[in-house]
Design a protein around this ligand. Structure first.
Ligand code: NAP
Length: 485
């Protein structure tokens, strides 16, 4: 069992009270590295969600000025950094990612509070526009959209909520938050910190843990929730879109990916291999932005395959809490089975195993550690090319020329992230301009940052998180033409 001074309440948080489920029902949270039970938390449903929405609606009556909202953000940033080590430890235990990565995720989360603290006063100030045709002055006010529902996945237990709650607080939106059942403890720790350090209006932040269908339906059915921001699978995102119709609810959707990683024949191959290692193995390959398909131009295919195989074969898989671990376990047996299925399918269809385990040697009942794997000679008929693998599997796909790789990279319903490695900026940017992905990195495997708007095209989602756009998602513009002078 986990012991932490940040987990004094293994509970939900509604109307400034720590609460249990009305039914008394609880669910267990496990350490994916050891299988040990870490804690149990309430399993809530519709009734608690309704009360959370009512309390958030009440909080909307207190209008806090931009300087106050900036202060909330600064205090949260400082508190997260002050407690970084302990939050990171909780995160490491319930998610399984290596200690250093978990610590880095807390810093990344804090960067969203920092960024929006710096932006909130200027970005939300009213703007006036003289209108010489109508003879009046327009004032453009930025208003909070209202109560927001925030639903997050398990793969970044604190970063995914930070991207939402920082701009929601900056905008003045009260929230009802539902975390993923695999990783609710980091969220509880964040709530404890915020409840202790911030003087928020009562009901400004609410935490409901439990039944996704009941909580989701309440958030979507309620006319009092004006926006829902969701990060997770495209399948769930589609369902939320259908449910949003009734109240024409505003949606922010950060959904699945199928990122192409393109290595051109003029690329620095060591740079590309290093970039792929950083990009692919964060969170054991369980990130929406990581390379899913690696296209390598034929002229450099063998050389690149050798470099990446050498690097991957040196990775150390183990418990994220242990020193020297590069890659932790996968989150659960379903995730494990999916990656194993993609590997088996590719090998059955003719791919070759360059490093890693054969599928029959991978057994989730012996632990959720999946050997990092590279397969060569992959083609687009294989599942790993058209489904998101979400695990430490690198499929190498040879290609001939730029036109071909642009067509094949774009041959997916997803449009989240893409990567191009090459020497010629002109050539790479010509390719990038024709890729339908929201995040297209050149000669770096880096993912998103607080300062830049990030989001998907096509079935990868709606809207942006981060940057000014990420704040405006939580604001409505109200226009006031004034003809009195
Ligand atoms: P998921 O199954 O869609 O779940 C995400 C969250 O939605 C969980 O909290 C889940 O709760 C909840 N949920 C499920 N059904 C719901 C419903 N009917 N109504 C309301 N909420 C519901 O996704 P996941 O497997 O946890 O996450 C992995 C996916 O997230 C991948 O596809 C990945 O690419 C994507 N992702 C995208 C981004 C991005 O920025 N675009 C970032 C991270 C992850 P339960 O688990 O309790 O059902």
């Amino acid at each position: 069992m986990i012991r932490s001074n940040l987990l004094s309440h293994l509970a939900g948080y509604v109307n400034d009270q720590w609460i249990a489920a009305d039914t008394g029902k609880r669910m267990d949270v496990f350490n994916p590295a050891t299988g040990e039970k870490l804690a149990d938390v309430p399993f809530m449903g519709a009734a608690e969600t309704r009360r959370a929405i009512a309390s958030a609606k009440h909080a909307l009556l207190t209008v806090s000025d931009a300087a106050t909202r900036r202060h909330w953000l600064e205090v949260t940033r400082d508190a997260l950094l002050e407690h970084q080590e302990e939050i990171g430890r909780i995160l490491c235990l319930e998610h399984g990612k290596p200690w250093k990565e978990a610590q880095g995720e807390v810093q990344y989360a804090a960067s969203f509070f920092d960024y929006y603290a710096g932006l909130v006063e200027t970005a939300t100030a009213p703007e006036t526009l003289p209108d010489k045709f109508k003879g009046c002055t327009w004032t453009l006010y930025k208003r909070p959209v209202g109560v927001v529902g925030l639903i997050t996945p398990w793969n970044f237990p604190i970063a995914m909520i930070a991207k939402k709650i920082a701009p929601a607080l900056a905008a003045g939106c009260p929230s009802v938050i539902k975390p993923a059942p695999d990783t609710p403890l980091t969220m509880i720790a964040m709530f404890q910190i915020m409840a202790q350090t911030l003087d928020l209006p009562k009901g400004m932040i609410n935490l409901v843990i439990g039944d996704a269908v009941q909580i989701g339906s309440e958030l979507m059915d309620s006319p009092d929730v004006t926006m829902v921001s969701f990060t997770g699978s495209t399948a769930t995102g589609r369902l939320l879109m259908q449910q949003a119709v009734k109240h024409v609810k505003r949606l922010g959707l950060e959904l699945g990916g199928n990122a192409p990683f393109i290595v051109l024949d003029d690329a620095d191959l060591d740079g590309a291999a290093d970039g792929l290692m950083i990009n692919k193995f964060r969170g054991a390959g369980q990130t929406c932005v990581c390379a899913n398909r690696v296209y390598v131009q034929k002229k450099v295919y063998d050389a690149f395959a050798k470099k990446i195989t050498e690097r991957v074969s040196k990775l150390k898989v183990g418990d994220g809490m242990k020193e020297g671990t590069d890659i932790g376990p996968l989150i659960n047996v379903n995730g494990f089975a999916k990656v194993k299925g993609h590997l088996a399918d590719a090998l059955d269809k003719g791919a070759t195993l360059l490093t890693g385990s054969r599928p029959d040697a991978l057994d989730a009942t012996r632990g959720l550690f999946f050997t990092p794997t590279v397969i060569g000679g992959v083609d687009d008929t294989m599942r790993c090319c058209h489904e998101e693998t979400f695990g430490p599997l690198i499929p190498l796909i040879p290609f001939d020329d730029d036109e071909e790789v642009i067509r094949r990279a774009n041959d997916t319903e997803f449009g989240l992230a893409a990567y191009v490695f090459g020497k010629s900026q002109t050539r790479a940017h010509h390719i990038i301009a024709r890729l339908h992905f929201g995040h297209c990195a050149f000669n770096t495997g880096t993912g998103p940052a607080a300062i830049a708007p990030f989001g998907g095209m096509l079935s990868s989602g709606l809207g942006r998180e981060g940057g000014l756009e990420g704040l405006m998602e939580y604001m409505e513009t109200q226009t006031v033409p004034d003809g009195s002078h």
